[in-house]
Ligand binder design. Structure first.
Ligand SMILES: Nc1ncnc2c1ncn2[C@@H]1O[C@H](COP(=O)(O)OP(=O)(O)O)[C@@H](O)[C@H]1O
Ligand SMILES: [Mg+2]
Length: 313
């Protein structure tokens, strides 16, 4: 237990007569990244809100940084930082002023505060932007500023609620590298995401949340063993072509009705060329050819037998 940053057992949360979290058990080791993966409406934000003491649980027990959220909320709050799904940045203030506000809130001394703010601006590449109001920032800059503000309290455990949703690929990668640096510094990260790739890239352990229940938990490799990996999908015009192609490649999965064949592949140009040459060699031609990278839908289909359901907000 001493190595546990977050320990959750039988957590329940209801809003009115709607059960939002229906008995959640999880354990997050200190110094690791734990990712809660789920579609919109699954209960990710609710989980973050309860674990970070922003909302009250209706059942079960939760310890964060060794403290009970129900009886030691203050100690929990002192140990954590939360970067919400909707940035807590004050639009009217400049980046610098937003950070300075956090310095004042945490009662950091003037000198330490100035140094910390300067370091954070440098680290998050916000030195230029610091003089401008946050309303002029891009989504990625706003997320970085929000996280920088969270770091001023020196939290041991950081909750990141969908930190990259809506960001362009470049800003997403920047955020990933910031998260990796934080973990290297010994911080524990509780990250929610709708992206399988993100959880795969960052997390030591992933839990899959579906309508308030965890449907799977394990390392990224554990999960990937349960879902189809990257593959090429070929569609043929008739069954004889499909038959012939299925004999050419190992470990394929076929759908006779759709006349499609799923061939495992890394999706790289070299293996794609080899695959096409092989087909050509046997005078087979596919009607349709697509490279498919597994996403959240594949995870849900494989783990629950149903597609992701978007719950009305
Ligand atoms: N304050 C609230 N009052 C009533 N229902 C809520 C409240 N917050 C969340 N919910 C409901 O709980 C479910 C889970 O929401 P949420 O935790 O925000 O999911 P996620 O973050 O995974 O998208 C949704 O059906 C949502 O409508
Ligand atoms: Mg949410």
């Amino acid at each position: 237990m001493s190595n546990s940053a977050i320990a959750v057992s039988g957590l329940r949360k209801t809003y009115g007569d709607k059960v939002v979290l229906d008995g959640i058990d999880l354990d997050v080791r200190a110094g690791t990244v734990f990712s809660l993966l789920g579609p919109n409406g699954a209960g990710k934000t609710t989980t973050v809100n309860v674990l970070s003491t922003l909302a009250k649980a209706d059942g079960g027990s939760v310890r964060v940084a060794g403290h009970d959220i129900a009886t030691e909320a203050k100690a929990v709050r002192a140990a954590i930082g939360v970067t919400g799904q909707f940035a807590a940045v004050d639009e009217l203030l400049t980046g610098y002023e937003n950070l300075q506000l956090m310095v004042d809130l945490h009662g950091v001394s003037d000198e330490d505060g100035k140094r910390t703010v300067a370091e954070l601006l440098e680290r998050f590449d916000l030195v230029e932007a610091a003089k401008k109001p946050a309303s002029t920032y891009s989504g990625g800059m706003r997320r970085k500023l929000d996280l920088a503000m969270t770091l001023i309290g020196n939290p041991q455990i950081i909750f990141l609620d969908e930190p990259t949703t809506g960001l362009d690929p470049r800003s997403r990668r920047t955020m990933w590298s910031i998260i990796r640096d934080l973990v290297a510094d010994g911080v524990t990260i509780f990250l929610t995401t709708q992206y399988l790739e993100e959880a795969d890239q960052l997390a030591d352990r992933i839990a899959v949340l579906d309508q308030g229940r965890l449907v799977a938990q394990g390392t990224p490799d554990d999960l990937k063993r349960q879902i189809p990996g990257t593959h090429v999908r070929l569609r043929f015009t008739d069954v004889s072509q499909l038959d012939a192609a299925a004999r050419l490649f190992p470990d394929t999965t076929r759908d006779d009705e759709a006349l499609t064949l799923r061939v495992p592949s890394d999706g790289g140009t070299r293996s794609l060329r080899a695959l096409l040459e092989r087909l050509d060699e046997y005078s087979l031609s596919a009607e349709e050819f697509s490279v498919h990278t597994p996403d959240l839908d594949d995870v849900f289909l494989a783990l629950t037998g149903h597609a992701t359901e978007v719950v009305a907000k």
